[in-house]
Design a protein around this ligand. Structure first.
Ligand code: NAD
Length: 281
């Protein structure tokens, strides 16, 4: 697949567009407004300039030439694969998949979602082609992290999963793992309860944030501790994923601890707001 559509050019969508264009593919990014489209293009330009400065991309301009950022969803009509990366809101995604089904003309096109927690089945069944709807879950930052989780729903065809695997592995140079269509897939289902346990440990006064993180870095060879990682992911996102895991499995280990709820209410969301478990300049 060489013609790629990405809907939503935020943190993840712009990353998916970047890796696709860096792999020589023709990319259309659809944003919801002119302002958001401008922001998406700015994100792409800054990221590609950094990659060029580090020698990872020969010419940022050449890569950018393969990307069009637009506000009209009709621009994805001729795409072979469309990856949805809009906000993590089930109603918004369901509405978008209905529209994509109407707009995308290639009968073999794959309609993928980058959702972290919404069941792929809910998106597949609102289209006339649920066999071609699949989860392709990238990791943040997309240009850096190698992993992609492939998530077929019960109705996704084997052919769709295998074509998606070929696209992410041979097309984009990523590595795929297979997951069932369950909240959290593999990585978040393991990572989120780990982070929540660290928050509970800190909340109870058992150890300081610094010591919890140093413990995991120095004692378990993690690249960063769980509280620093929560600040990086964003405490709002951490809480949202925990809530969808809890909703799905009803297990206490997925329940967001009160401290996490209060920090989100207070706007202490981690790196993006300058303060979470740590303070950032
Ligand atoms: P984000 O808020 O940075 O970006 C979302 C973008 O979608 C925004 O730019 C917004 O303008 C745009 N948008 C919203 N509705 C739209 C519509 N109808 N049409 C076109 N554009 C629209 O969010 P993000 O962090 O990039 O997350 C996007 C998706 O990726 C979510 O489903 C999220 O769960 C998933 N995800 C996020 C991460 C992460 O670490 N942030 C990791 C993996 C997957």
């Amino acid at each position: 697949m060489k013609n790629v559509g990405v809907v939503g050019g935020g943190l993840m969508g712009s990353g998916i567009a970047e890796v696709s264009a860096r792999a020589g593919q023709d990319v259309v990014v659809v944003e919801s407004s002119e302002e958001a489209a401008k922001a998406a293009l700015g994100r792409l330009e800054r990221s590609l300039e950094r990659a060029e400065a580090k020698g990872k991309v020969a010419s940022a301009a050449e890569v950018l030439d393969r990307i069009r950022v637009v506000t009209d969803l009709d621009a994805v009509a001729d795409r072979e694969v469309v990856v949805e990366a809009i906000v993590e809101d089930e109603a918004a995604k369901v509405a978008l998949f209905r529209q994509l089904d109407a707009v995308v003309t290639d009968p073999d096109a794959i309609l993928a979602s980058n959702t972290s927690s919404i069941p792929i089945m809910k998106l597949g069944v609102v289209t006339s082609r649920p066999t071609q709807v699949v989860g392709i879950h990238f990791f943040n930052p997309v240009p850096v992290l190698q992993l992609v989780e492939l998530v077929p729903s019960l109705l996704t065809s084997r052919e769709t999963t295998e074509r998606s695997r070929a696209w992410v592995e041979q097309g984009l140079g990523k590595q795929a793992i297979d997951c069932q269509d369950r909240a959290g897939f593999v990585v978040n289902a393991l990572l989120i309860p780990f982070i929540l346990s660290a928050i509970r440990m800190f909340e109870s006064g058992f150890a300081s944030a610094e010591d919890i993180d140093r413990g995991l870095v120095l004692g378990a060879a993690h690249p960063q501790g769980p509280l620093a990682l929560a600040d990086l992911i964003g405490l709002d996102t951490t809480k949202a994923v925990a809530e969808s895991l809890y909703e799905e499995f009803k297990e206490p280990l997925y329940a967001a601890p009160p401290l996490l709820q209060r920090m989100v209410d207070a706007g202490l969301l981690g790196r993006k707001t300058g303060r979470g478990f740590y303070t950032y300049a």
